[in-house]
Design a protein around this ligand. Sequence first.
Ligand code: IYR
Length: 230
Amino acid sequence: MSAPLTADFVPIPLPDFVEHSPDDMQRRAEAFYEGLRRRHTVREFSSRPVPRSVIETCLTAAGTAPSGANHQPWHFSVIGNPAMKSRIRAAAEEEERAFYGGRAGVEWLAALKPLGTDQDKPFLDIAPWLICVFGARKSRSADGVMRKNYYVPESVSIATGFLIAALHHAGLATLTHTPAPMSFLNEICGRPETEKPYILLVTGYPAASAHIPQHATEKKPLSEISTFFE
Ligand code: IYR
């Protein structure tokens, strides 16, 4: 007998919502913002080891993200193996040489100038963990049935946001790295062609001498990024 394609709706009481007073809510919102505003994309990493269990817990937090039909269409390949990191670096730098050598076009290269990035990616060897985030257009349900996934980019991006926030909260620096194209990650990580690599999240301690571009600290004000209708 083949497994059913649909499951029944079984409502359960909301199990763990915690209510806060409006004052507490404001304080908590501000504390969260104060924490998150200290996250900066870092491109200079220390090789200091980071316990695997911290990464595992942050990934478990990312896995609680909402997703289309709750299909959880993500997979995180976590690379600490030095030989695999070197392969990723070599493949990424090959793409980046073409990108910075002209494939990007003048407008894109001009937009990147204030970030100071180039084709050299030593952090791919140095950082203790490279987290490759894959999104699956199809994947198996718990009972093994292959099925289509929905809102994959949105779902994967939300989970990645959770992951970045979790890693930062734990005390780790991250770089959202997107060598393009990065299909070489499927081969290196052994992922099927139904999955697409979205982001390579370089994770570790920042180097003691790490710098960030001043440009990256310029965030749009609330008035520019929001419109309220009351
Ligand atoms: N992938 C390249 C280029 C790059 C593109 C964007 I858009 C950035 O915000 C940063 C870099 C690189 O990693 O250098």
